[in-house]
Design a protein around this ligand. Sequence first.
Ligand SMILES: NC(=O)c1ccc[n+]([C@@H]2O[C@H](COP(=O)([O-])OP(=O)(O)OC[C@H]3O[C@@H](n4cnc5c(N)ncnc54)[C@H](OP(=O)(O)O)[C@@H]3O)[C@@H](O)[C@H]2O)c1
Length: 198
Amino acid sequence: MKILIIGATGTIGKEIYDHLKENHEVYAAHRNSDSYPIDITNKDSIKSLFDTLPKLDAVINAAGTASWKHFSDLSEEDYYVGIKSKLMGQVNLVHIAKDYLNENAVITLTTGILAEHYEPNTTALSLVNGAIHSFVNSAAKELERGIRLNVVAPGAIAGDFPEDQKFAGYLPVQIQDVVKIYEYTLTSTNTGQILKIY
Ligand SMILES: NC(=O)c1ccc[n+]([C@@H]2O[C@H](COP(=O)([O-])OP(=O)(O)OC[C@H]3O[C@@H](n4cnc5c(N)ncnc54)[C@H](OP(=O)(O)O)[C@@H]3O)[C@@H](O)[C@H]2O)c1
């Protein structure tokens, strides 16, 4: 498969890239990439990258951020960081990618455990994670040409977070197990799924 991975130098994206490149033609994209630069907060940047690539069979996004602050300290502007990046970055990616993909291609987004479990200072992240779950549930049903849309919702990744300390009520997960879930979305025939691993 020809696969674009966005966020390919990150904790999650790099491991997906290292694993999938063994058996697939994989393009590793992120803002500071020399070869495949993309900023998901900018629609022109998303389009520019797709214009340079061949038609793809899959897009995996593991990029997107939001503000980490206590609820009492969150300003409206703080919320917009996540709305612009992790929420609308991924929404715009789906809108643009669908026109550049082969029939029956698959798009896989990323959210996280905070969509439904509490951890201090993460209200702004929870907001966008939950919104993406609702978006995927609905948009997947209206995507055409057999294009599938799913989202992986990992718990805290062991290594990024201490392995023996619970995050949002759950112990961190091993990155190898998380990578297998992303890989599963490439071949499964399901769409509109929220694949939780925590
Ligand atoms: N790490 C965890 O424990 C964990 C757990 C659950 C969910 N998540 C979620 O998974 C996603 C990835 O997390 P991570 O920890 O792997 O992130 P990370 O280590 O901070 O890496 C982020 C990656 O995305 C790229 N990037 C950042 N902003 C971008 C943008 N606007 N457009 C395109 N690329 C961008 C970065 O490269 P450049 O700086 O070069 O762009 C880098 O490759 C996030 O949405 C995070 O909330 C993470």
